[in-house]
Design a protein around this ligand. Structure first.
Ligand SMILES: NC(=O)c1ccc[n+]([C@@H]2O[C@H](COP(=O)([O-])OP(=O)(O)OC[C@H]3O[C@@H](n4cnc5c(N)ncnc54)[C@H](OP(=O)(O)O)[C@@H]3O)[C@@H](O)[C@H]2O)c1
Length: 298
């Protein structure tokens, strides 16, 4: 299969590219600066700025992962625009490219748990309507861009993707090793986590199977779990069970009024939809999942 991947240099993208190349697919990896990254052997890395038309290449399928990081910079008006454009405009270009192919390719497009709002009450299944805050509206509009695809479409609403190489866990680990990663606030907010290997597995599964629609992509073991349990398990696995609680105010000061509530919030995503369609998660329990990540370095 020829698979085009946007956001190919990122945390998820690099793992997806490696898995596709590893099983013998031809990967066309798009990056704003392909020379800056090391690509697996055989990968065709092309430059694309996520605003213009895609390079004129043919592919049987595409994986759309581009997006400015949500947590990191303060959400100034310019940054909010970057967060939106790097997803909405990028996805519009991907869809234009896909719809222009002789046979529109299958598209697996990233989305996020923020679709449901920063801290919704109760379980979130795919049928639940979107939230109303800035990020929820952004994610809803991002999905709407992908929905214009004429080919088969799978949208994955990702929870916190766990990897030691970046993202939520990657950023938390240095603090947890210094006993500084205890529960956030009262720790009661839901914690939607998923092992990076299951994200890669689900993306490849979605490319290979005739499924479509939005799917929550979180571990089934995350259902009903909260941030306090997550912090406790991480401390236990690291052999540092005592972790200093993190005041919500500290997150607002560190991340600003935009991303702060995102870090302090959480959604109780349920992945029954994906399981009902036949996807088998490998990592269903948090402790063993964390152990696996720490020992494998994934
Ligand atoms: N990781 C998670 O826990 C998580 C959770 C929910 C949703 N998601 C979503 O899933 C997607 C992939 O996540 P990830 O963790 O792999 O993200 P990532 O590591 O930040 O990578 C995203 C990629 O997008 C490109 N990019 C970044 N800023 C951009 C900008 N301003 N304009 C155009 N392209 C830009 C970058 O590629 P180049 O620099 O090579 O162009 C980057 O490698 C993102 O859209 C993210 O929002 C991730």
């Amino acid at each position: 299969m020829r698979v085009l991947v946007t956001g190919a240099s990122g945390l998820i993208g690099s793992a997806v590219v490696a898995a596709l190349a590893g099983r013998g697919d031809h990967v066309v990896a798009l990056s704003r600066d392909p020379a800056k990254h090391r690509w697996p052997a055989g990968v065709e890395a092309l430059a694309w700025d996520a605003r213009s038309a895609l390079p004129a290449v043919a592919a049987d399928a595409a994986v759309n992962l581009a997006g400015e990081p949500v947590v990191g910079r303060r959400w100034t008006p310019a940054q909010r625009q970057r967060l939106r454009d790097s997803r909405l405009v990028a996805t519009r270009r991907v869809v234009e490219w896909a719809n222009g192919q002789r046979r529109p390719p299958a598209l697996v497009s990233a989305s996020a748990s923020g679709y449901y709002g920063a801290k919704p009450e109760g379980p979130c299944r795919e049928t639940r309507p979107p939230g109303e805050d800035f990020l929820a509206r952004l994610v809803r509009d991002w999905e709407a861009e992908a929905a214009a695809a004429k080919g088969r479409l799978v949208v994955v609403r990702l929870g916190h993707v766990l990897s030691t190489r970046g993202g939520y866990l990657g950023q938390l680990l240095p603090f947890a090793r210094r006993h500084l990663a205890g529960p956030i606030g009262d720790g009661r907010q839901a914690m939607a986590w998923v092992h990076i290997a299951d994200v890669v597995g689900a993306v490849l599964w979605a490319l290979d199977h005739d499924v479509s629609g939005p799917f929550n992509l979180v571990s089934p073991g995350a259902a009903g779990g909260d941030q306090r349990a997550f912090a406790g398990e991480l401390g236990r696995v690291l052999g540092k069970p005592w972790q200093a609680p993190v005041p919500v105010l500290a997150l607002h000061v560190r991340f600003g009024s935009g991303a702060g509530p995102i870090v302090a919030g959480g959604q109780d995503l349920r992945s029954d939809g994906l399981v009902a369609q036949g996807f088998a998660f490998r990592h269903r329990q948090l402790g063993p999942a964390l152990q696996d990540l720490l020992s494998s370095g994934a």
